[in-house]
Design a protein around this ligand. Sequence first.
Ligand SMILES: C[S@@+](CC[C@H](N)C(=O)[O-])C[C@H]1O[C@@H](n2cnc3c(N)ncnc32)[C@H](O)[C@@H]1O
Length: 433
Amino acid sequence: MILDEVEQLLHERIGLDAGTVGVSGLNYALKQRMAACAITDPSLYWRRLAVTPQEQQELINAVIVPETWFFRDPKAFVAMTRQALAMRAKGEVAEGRALRLISLPCSTGEEPYSMAMALFDVGLAASDFVIDAIDISTRNLAAAAQAVYGRNSFRGADLEFRARHFNAVEGGYRPHAEIRRQVRFRHGNLLDPLRIDAEPYDVVFCRNLLIYFDRDTQERALDRLHRMLAPHGVLLVGSGEAGLPLTCGFSSLRIPMAFAFAKRGAAERQPQPVPPPLAAAPAVRKPPARPAPAVPLRTRTPPSRTAPPPHLTPSAPPAPAPAPLRDAADESLETVERAANEGRLGEARQAARRHIDAFGPSAAALYLLGLACDADGAADEAVEAYRKVLYLAPDHREALAHLALLLRQRGDLAGAKAFSDRLGRLEKRSERR
Ligand SMILES: C[S@@+](CC[C@H](N)C(=O)[O-])C[C@H]1O[C@@H](n2cnc3c(N)ncnc32)[C@H](O)[C@@H]1O
């Protein structure tokens, strides 16, 4: 069987730890590619694959996980705009110089376009920033350039940004030309040092890629990201990756649920965990020909009182607690978030358990417990916590996705498939709506 050789090739080319997509995922991609090449003999296919860069690219396109959507982890975008404004106010980004941002990996474009929308929404002009967007998948980049998005790209309850930034077109919605013009898409590999710009970035989004790497590759990638980032810059990673930067020269910016980091030393120089509120931002120009819009992310409220996003709320919430108790519960949950975001994973796990003992189980607390255990390598406990989340909130997509990934990593392919199928049915249902 050629599976071992293919796994090795994918690891060398893109750093993929095959365990994260599972044998069935890899087999499925191989079957697709062999059918497309009209080859039935696996060893013949391997002979072609080993010497044909184009076929390697096609296999990469077939095997990668493109999952993404607009304003995924909304607090990351709020943190990004605040940090960007603070950099300009402090002179770290000189007058007249455009902010440099990168989304790597950008997948089908939802992430970099969200960055552009968020920056316009806080009043920056087109000349104030440039966004590079890089991905290994040529298929995803083609979709990003076409930029027509269906319902699957719009998740979460707050979609009012769509009315302001998109046109309805055949097949879905397309970001306005002024949004699309801000993003420069390029083919590239995070692990290939020659292909990415040498000039440092003020903001680097590298979300939901490190989870597909093994430990050594994660370290190589983080070293790369460290070199790409300006001394005052901000790195944003995915929720399941928040423990990783801490071991590789970064410190947490302690912004709950944003998963934001600065180079060690720089973070300690930040005067406050959260930079000045938007109202105190420097005078900035409005984007042309559009009314000044509200920030799309319901996060203008101070972080200490922010409600959990809708997907973290149990489907059948208990009767509301009296106000002081609710405040205590919010504060206790924030303690958990803070510890998790700062990579104090043991503490986060303990705080989550204490929270559940004191206030009862909720999808939000159990999900945070699952994330902390997951990042801390306690897979059994993470699985148990995610399962409980689904008991309280059967449509919790993140818990379903994490559970499918964890079970696949542990070789429980049938279990993983059951959760992936459930997630797929949910996505289809929301597409039809
Ligand atoms: C799950 S998506 C994440 C997209 C987006 N950052 C987000 O969080 O929504 C992962 C993406 O990583 C890309 N990818 C995988 N290996 C890569 C590599 N070595 N360099 C650049 N992109 C890579 C895949 O093509 C895929 O589009």
